[in-house]
Design a protein around this ligand. Structure first.
Ligand SMILES: NC(=O)c1ccc[n+]([C@@H]2O[C@H](COP(=O)([O-])OP(=O)(O)OC[C@H]3O[C@@H](n4cnc5c(N)ncnc54)[C@H](OP(=O)(O)O)[C@@H]3O)[C@@H](O)[C@H]2O)c1
Length: 349
């Protein structure tokens, strides 16, 4: 597995890291804890030894499952978690309403107050079963709390040795600049942003910005939540509580469209390398300038094994460009062509 330095810190991450949102269950149509523990252990054993999670993933469940997986491991992976989304505190602006894994209603609020940050770090350490967190990231900005207050609390935690590095997520370039300024001599380790061959909003401003102060970039949802794996076909039945079911790009017709494009653009490159579509897509993603690593979710050890190999795949620059250009301007939609394809497959819209 290729590895890269995270910003100006002493941390080193594999180019493909384990994203632990899905193993929390919530949003992803449930969880299979045995498969999740197996997935985490397989990842670490194969060198995908950095895990990104958050308290809100399954409302503590993702972190607890990782904690359980760690108890059976000799190697301690890098643990990257977050602060700022609370479902157990009535303060802060409402971010969204949802249901937890037991189907109880939950209200998630943005809260980056200093006391809340300290509380969340303590809770994450308990759930993960560790005394030190390697990277703590601001999950989403909180318009009610001054950034200086939040970063002040994180710097104190770093000084006391409870966390090693500080990162952010879902920040605009102006917010990144402000965070870096407020941190002074403490490096802003990283920003975590949505980035894939289909979600390229970072390319315009954030990626050119990060290169100057050397801030790491953790690309989230690099497989577009499975759509770019080449395996999420029209026949797949998503569970009723799988959030993807309610997203337009996961409609049956759009799955047909994206898989056709993947087969045409990525298929020949994958064949040449004896690799899969997902591996080539991930390798092309981490080859983009400014990207440190991709955080990839996995529900079990098989997906992990496949994703690990993406971090070992060396694509030629022309192949990276072919993937990137071939998926540029891909438009989801519906039309006569899709109708005909569906009919041929015997499927309804
Ligand atoms: N900071 C933020 O606001 C934020 C937001 C989102 C995500 N993240 C982080 O980024 C991580 C990754 O993002 P994500 O989970 O949204 O999306 P993703 O990594 O693009 O997709 C993950 C999903 O794709 C499918 N998949 C993965 N590997 C596969 C393979 N080899 N073959 C076939 N299917 C495969 C699995 O779902 P199925 O098997 O069910 O299809 C898996 O749960 C998260 O876990 C989290 O750590 C952060």
């Amino acid at each position: 597995m290729q590895r890269r330095k995270l910003g100006k810190t002493s941390l080193e991450v594999p180019v493909v890291c384990f994203g632990a949102w899905a193993i929390g269950g919530w949003y992803w149509g449930g969880h299979d804890d045995r498969a999740s523990v197996d997935a985490v252990r397989t990842a670490v054993e194969l060198g995908m030894d950095a895990i990104d999670t958050a308290p809100v993933y399954g409302f503590g469940h993702s972190e607890r499952v990782i904690g359980e997986a760690l108890r059976g491991l000799r190697v301690r992976p890098l643990l990257m978690t977050k602060v700022g989304l609370r479902w157990d505190d009535a303060r802060g602006p409402v971010f969204f309403e949802s249901q937890d894994n037991q189907k109880n209603p939950v209200t998630v609020r943005r809260n980056l107050r200093a006391d809340s940050v300290r509380f969340e770090v303590e809770q994450s350490q308990k759930r993960l079963g560790v005394d030190v967190l390697d990277l703590v990231q601001i999950h989403w900005p909180d318009p009610e709390t001054p950034l200086a207050e939040t970063l002040g609390a994180l710097v104190e935690l770093r000084k006391s040795g409870r966390i090693r590095e500080i990162g952010v997520s879902n920040f605009t370039p102006a917010m990144l600049e402000e965070a870096q300024r407020l941190l002074g001599s403490v490096p802003l380790a990283s920003t975590q942003e949505r980035f894939s061959a289909l979600s390229r909003g970072l390319e315009k401003e954030v990626l050119p910005w990060v290169r100057r102060p050397q801030v790491g970039v953790l690309a989230y949802s690099p497989l577009e939540q499975g759509l770019l794996s080449g395996k999420l076909g029209p026949e797949r039945q998503l569970a009723a509580d799988d959030g993807r079911l309610r997203k337009g790009q996961f409609s049956v017709e759009n799955r047909v469209l994206i898989n056709a494009r993947l087969a045409e653009v990525v298929g020949p490159i994958a064949k040449r390398h004896g690799a899969t579509i997902a591996q080539v897509v991930l390798a092309a993603t981490v080859a983009q300038p400014g990207i440190t690593c991709a955080l990839v979710g996995a529900r079990g050890p098989e997906q992990v094994r496949e994703n690990v190999r993406a971090g070992e795949l060396a694509l030629q620059p022309a192949e990276v460009a072919a993937v990137w250009n071939g998926l540029a301007n891909f438009e989801f939609g519906s039309g006569g062509l899709v109708g005909r394809v569906l009919k041929k497959l015997g499927l309804k819209r």
